[in-house]
Design a binder for this molecule. Sequence first.
Ligand code: SAH
Ligand code: SF4
Ligand code: F3S
Length: 449
Amino acid sequence: MQSEINPISYPQIGQGDGVYISTYGCQMNENDSERMMTLLEMMNFRPVTSPDQASLIIINSCSIREKPVHKVHSEVGRYRKLKEQNDKLRIGVAGCVAQQEKEKLKLDIPLIDFVLGTDAIDKLPDVLSKVRGGQNMVAARFEHQQPYHIQTLIRNPGVSTFVNITKGCDNFCTFCVVPFTRGRERSRPFNHLLEDVQKLTERGVKEVTLLGQNVNSYLSECGVNFAQALKRIASETDIERIRYTTSHPKDFTDELIEVMATYGEKIMEYIHLPVQSGNSDVLARMNRGYTREEYLNKARAIFAKMPNAVLSTDIIVGFPGETEAQFDDTMSLLDEVPYENIYAFNYSPRPMTKAAKFTDQVPDEVKSARLSRLLEKHREIAFKLAAKYNGQTLRVLVERYDQDNGKVHGRSTGNKNVHFTGSEALIGATVDVKITDAKPLVLKGEMVL
Ligand code: SAH
Ligand code: SF4
Ligand code: F3S
């Protein structure tokens, strides 16, 4: 199949065979899986929805938290029978566990046929011809590539789609494996982003989410920073809605707040702003580059310019050395910043990271007890914050129709999930919905004509 989105023609290695990709982790991985699937279709593979229909299985792995290698082990183990029954079946591992373990992964799990580094997706055709030709040990490219010139490859873009704009991370937060699995930070040229967003718009996309590990430290080769990039995408393309994730508090500038407030029609008022801890000493040991006060000042500045902004965050509990009093600072942060959603995790030591070597690790039972307290506290807050939506009318971009119950699903400008009765014809439309039943994760309502 020759695709309009990529003029290169690929060897037809797939011969119409089924391919199944299982994806873990963040939106980077989701985006990479879509890239792989697009390339695979161009190589004449056919996406299937269950592993037993596949002659190629790719596990796109994540190593951000607990037991990632073990998870790959057990998933591959589940495919042992399929491999015995189908000698054409090949199994590959991509993503952050692949990058972290490299060739060793294949040596440890012999059922794996190939291992693909996080910057090696374009090597798939080459790797697959070797694997299909019967080569036994295939591992592809673990060096990170410079510069970062990729094309957004999406088969059937939906209403809302991702556009990767930076890759890797230079922050070296002491708990985090990402700088080791995704390499140094690189930004795509700005004109490539502009072109991608416009082309996606022409293919029917209404909303793009600009993606990066630390998206707001984007800096193009010709000096366009993130705030300027957002402003220019908003004013120079026909896209209706722009979102982005994940922003780092230390790079959240006044210029960015100003651009968001000015282009509020197009740039959505939802900000995921991971804080990780509410205590400045813990933040320093995490190497986050901001204090509690500095973070609070940014949150205040956001609400001053965007009173309807919706904030969410990530929190780590039980970071090495975290005392009860330091944890209480994280608890009290929830009283100061009205987070509508939090993603909280027990600290888990990651290979290669500094914090894994800290000698004052917190016992698991202490971490879990703190996590429960935090989630319990946030649950109450989330219900109170959600209540404000009752009776409000929100602008909702409709993404999907559920035939079983006749409901359509969309998202508000503040990224709230909204469900209401409607029809398939509404997909892609932006409509007003009056909220009648507001819960933290779902708002139910009725369309206003
Ligand atoms: N770039 C983003 C985070 C990417 S990782 C940022 O800087 O905020 C997603 C989340 O996983 C992090 O925000 C953190 O809360 C969590 N996380 C990362 N490493 C972790 C670890 N070792 N243990 C527990 N949680 C971790
Ligand atoms: Fe990891 Fe920190 Fe980079 Fe986020 S900013 S990806 S937590 S190193
Ligand atoms: Fe996981 Fe890698 Fe993303 S570790 S969270 S898949 S960058």
